[in-house]
Design a binder for this molecule. Structure first.
Ligand code: FMN
Length: 155
């Protein structure tokens, strides 16, 4: 099985989490590729496999700059993503109470609108919690992988 981790980041924290998750999940049976969202467009979802959106939040609850082109392309082209299954590992900071973790939320809502099916709950890391996101990511992704395997087995 292939897993594609798509990374939206401004200062590299989401990328660090993605690297940890790639190391944890890639075991030969599960092959993981990590792609920064820079220069990706909606066609990335034509790839075979399951997608993991790993993105932070910026501005007024926006997706990071490097994620904007992909997000806008999906919104403009509105491809049918009913074949797509995905998870979301979001990063944010509860200090931004009104827009907490909106980067992951925006992708989640858009993908669902386009027919994709999420596996597991959307994770919402809180930078103000003092918990290291890359540690949470390790734990979270193992649980997520188990759900992915169940979901793929169920068809
Ligand atoms: C200028 C700025 C704006 C931010 N805006 C939000 C926001 O609206 N909502 C949120 O949950 N987090 C917000 N954050 C927190 C980041 O998403 C969080 O620190 C994240 O871990 C950064 O990950 P990155 O290094 O991958 O970009 C903001 C951080 C900065 C510096």
């Amino acid at each position: 099985m292939n897993i594609h981790i798509l990374v939206g980041t401004m200062t590299g924290t989401a990328q660090l989490c993605a690297q940890e998750m790639e190391l944890a999940l890639d075991d030969g049976e599960t092959v993981v590729s990590t792609l920064l969202m820079d220069q990706l467009d909606a066609t990335v979802f034509q790839r075979e496999g399951v997608f993991l959106i790993c993105t932070s939040t910026y501005g007024q609850g926006d997706v990071p700059d490097n994620a904007r082109a992909l997000y806008e392309d999906l919104k403009a082209k509105r491809p049918d993503l009913s074949h797509v299954r995905y998870g979301v590992f979001g990063l944010g900071d509860r200090t931004y109470a009104e827009t907490f973790n909106f980067g992951g939320k925006r992708f989640d809502e858009l993908l669902a609108e386009l027919g994709a099916r999420r596996i597991g709950e959307r994770h919402m890391h809180d930078a103000s919690s003092g918990v290291l996101p890359e540690e949470t990511a390790l734990e979270w992704c193992q649980e997520w992988l188990a759900k992915v395997k169940d979901s793929v087995a169920a068809g």
